[in-house]
Design a protein. Structure first.
Length: 423
């Protein structure tokens, strides 16, 4: 049997890797942008969140668009737009232009995770979805692990504008690759019949469900969707706090020079890449294939991994780089293990034709956190000259997210279909 489905999983992972280069580029360029545009700590917090503003606004409509137009067309348009945004950031003459480039980047990258979740649902049976999902979700962590040091060294050598231009070139190459490769299973003429049956056999058993569609309003009222959105929002708050502020935390709070802060930043993200693939991906699928309850396995990893995220409080009181990196690695490593499980859930609980909508709702919650985390952190660090309060706020949010997983999400199983209104 061919393994074309895994080629799709690697393609999606490469796309996430590329668009996270665009995201980490900003945190690496903190000092250079302060020098170029003369911005304050608070202003940098707003600039860090600008990408998420348009990203968040696009999430609910993009789920509907994905379900109507399909992954292929939306993916081509989005990857082209984020390429343009990277080039625009590289050549902008002022801070206003840079804000505009970040806003455009948010529009371009908005479909990425909902589209990937929908694609995995189309290309993989349930017992392979966690590892397939971890391939693209772990790329977000690996991009920081290698992107921060590589882009940081590039920035120190040739300047921040060239680092943004380079990410634009890489993004454009990915646009061409996605254009050539991606097809849905039913449109892929080279897909072997045995693999097609392996992929679609489970879907054929749910063909009646595939014809059903749940409206956005109905999905927003479902406890499972709200619990998943709340829990994932808490994960993304910590994720974006570290994505945007970790190099600055290491250099300012722990007095590490800029080059070493870039290198040290890669350590927690590399650990997170491993836990994402090994725990949230391989282990979950292996246990499910051995007959363990899929709902129970996923729930334990989801809640347990998020609980490990509370390790960020250890970093709040760390006074050495080694201790800080250990606690941050525990935090982001646990959250990374939970993340691919979370992204596999929309295709497990939603009607097949509404997975894009559920993915959009989840990512809307994520991006509200992505907007809030850098801004709130900027204010708290400016007010207290310390990251302790910023880390404390993220820990409180994680506790709320864990409660959402336990009391609202419940058993991971398909939701009841929406009943049509009569009369």
């Amino acid at each position: 049997m061919q393994r074309r489905r895994w080629r799709i999983a690697w393609l999606l992972g490469l796309g996430v890797l590329v668009n996270y280069f665009d995201r980490v580029n900003l945190s690496v360029s903190h000092d250079a942008l302060v020098t170029t545009f003369g911005i304050s700590t608070i202003a940098f917090g707003y600039l860090s969140g600008a990408y998420n503003w348009t990203y968040a606004l696009c999430q609910l409509p993009i789920g509907v668009v994905l379900d109507k137009l399909g992954i292929r067309r939306v993916g081509r348009a989005s990857s082209f737009l984020w390429s343009v945004a990277s080039f625009a950031a590289a050549v902008t003459p002022n801070l206003g232009g840079f804000f505009a480039a970040r806003l455009l980047l948010g529009v371009g990258e908005a479909p990425t995770f909902p589209a990937n979740a929908k694609a995995i649902g189309l290309w993989f049976p349930q017992n392979e979805r966690s590892f397939a999902t971890s391939l693209f979700d772990s790329a977000a962590k690996f991009a920081s692990a290698i992107g921060v040091p590589v882009i940081g060294i590039l920035l120190l050598k040739v300047g921040w504008r060239w680092s943004f231009a380079l990410t634009g070139v890489v993004s454009l190459l990915y646009f061409l690759l996605f254009w050539i490769i991606y097809r849905d299973p039913e449109d892929d003429l080279k897909l072997h019949e045995a693999e097609r049956e392996h992929i679609l056999g489970e879907a054929n058993q749910r063909r009646e469900e595939a014809a059903e569609s749940a409206s956005l309003g109905y999905l927003l009222r479902q406890r499972k969707v709200l619990g998943l959105a709340l829990g994932f929002g808490s994960y993304n708050y910590v994720f974006y706090l570290l994505l945007t502020w970790l190099p600055t935390y290491l250099s300012s709070a722990l007095h590490i020079d800029l080059l070493h802060s870039f290198l040290y930043t890669g350590v927690p993200w590399l650990f997170a890449t491993v836990t994402d693939l090994a725990v949230g991906g391989w282990l979950v699928d292996a246990l499910v294939r051995r007959g363990w309850s899929g709902s129970r396995v996923r729930k334990v990893i989801l809640v347990g991994g998020t609980a490990f995220g509370l390790g960020i409080m250890g970093a709040a009181h760390a006074h050495t780089p080694m201790r800080a990196l250990i606690w941050i690695s525990v935090s982001i490593g646990g959250l990374a293990a939970a993340a691919p499980v979370g992204w596999s859930i929309p295709s497990l609980i939603a009607p097949r034709s509404s997975v894009g909508r559920v993915g959009g709702i989840i990512n809307f919650s994520n991006q509200i956190s992505g907007i809030a985390a850098p801004i709130v952190t900027g204010y708290l660090v400016a007010a207290h000259q310390s990251f302790a309060w910023a880390f404390g706020v993220s820990a409180i949010y994680l506790l709320i997210g864990i409660a959402g997983y336990i009391f609202l999400l419940g058993k991971i199983e398909p939701m009841r279909a929406e009943q049509p209104v009569i009369g």
